[in-house]
Design a protein. Structure first.
Length: 312
């Protein structure tokens, strides 16, 4: 294989009550990576589209190529040469796992070109290094579902232990990205280092309830459990019209509504595509009344993760 074009999806992390431990993949948007072999050893970036010139072209500083270099180093492969084109199809600082999609598309493409020496699970620590480069923290709640698909739970980071849980077929996500930016590092900086025992107990109950609701296809339990008493109240202040948008989403049938990742994107879960589409329209209209443009995406939970678009 001399050329491969791969796609990796956007993701919703935290999923209300599951800060840094829950995440799931959606069908769109997502990033695309083109990788072509070249004679000279090493990985170079020949072009990046869609970033407005903001991302570094240095292979040692870009999430898409850092993970590829780490994989080659792990495999002891000093001869491989590759040229990368990254197509950014989602805005930076969107709360939709933008850096994760780039990292996953890159490491997945390289692994495919090399004949799949590692499983997707084995690729996860390398993909996490892309997150470290992008936002300073190698968390797995975005890269995990982007790489493995489905709804992912991060049980532990030391040691890394992740697993997937089944979700109802009729569960749909509405992901609305307003035209504002929230820096992930800033969104983490404002969080408190300690929480009250009362809030910790409440949050643990909601985490357990959400997992049980998803596995049992109990939509009412899912709805009751999509409550974040620790992170959302603090981060909501970074998103204009957050409370108004959340209220209108629930009023139009959403099971729950919260911040996607660090924001400013907001997500909902709904039963059925029709409801999810109505919710998205209502959320966009609410943002629009405040003079904020937005994009909306509706999909079931993406169970596939990354995929090959072309190869030769």
């Amino acid at each position: 294989m001399n050329y491969i074009k791969a796609f990796a999806p956007a993701t919703v992390a935290n999923v209300a009550c599951g800060f840094d431990i829950f995440g799931f993949a959606v069908d769109e948007p997502g990033d695309v990576v083109e990788l072509r072999r070249r004679a000279e050893p090493g990985i170079v970036i020949s072009d990046i589209t869609g970033d407005g010139g903001r991302l570094p072209r240095d292979s040692a500083r870009n999430a898409v190529t850092v993970v590829m270099l780490r994989l080659l180093e792990h495999l002891g492969n000093t001869e491989f040469g590759g040229e990368v084109i990254l197509h950014k199809n989602m805005p930076l600082g969107s709360g939709m796992g933008s850096s994760s999609a780039s990292a996953v598309a890159g490491v997945y493409a390289l692994n495919e070109m090399l004949g799949q020496p590692l499983t997707r699970q084995q690729l996860l620590p390398f993909a996490m290094e892309g997150e470290r480069i992008a936002c300073g923290s190698a968390h797995a709640d975005n890269v995990g579902p982007a790489l493995m698909g489905g709804f992912l739970v991060v049980r532990s980071y030391q040691p890394l232990d992740v697993f997937q849980i089944p979700v109802p077929e009729e569960l749909y996500c509405t992901l609305v990205n307003p035209d504002i930016e929230v820096n992930t590092k800033d969104a983490r900086f404002i969080l408190r280092n300690e929480v009250s025992l009362k809030n910790a107990i409440s949050q643990m109950g909601n985490v357990a309830g959400l997992i049980a609701g998803l596995m049992q296809e109990d939509y009412d339990l899912i709805s009751r459990s999509m409550v974040d008493v620790i992170v959302e109240p603090i981060r909501a202040i970074l998103i204009p019209e957050f409370n108004e948008v959340k209220q209108v989403a629930i009023a139009h049938g959403a099971l729950g509504c919260s911040i996607s990742g660090a924001g400013p994107s907001m997500f909902t879960l709904s039963k059925g595509r029709e409801t999810a589409e109505q919710v998205g329209k209502a959320m966009q209209e609410t943002f629009a009344t405040a003079g904020i443009e937005s994009n909306a995406y509706v999909s079931a939970i993406n169970r596939q993760g990354p995929k090959v678009l072309e190869f030769n």
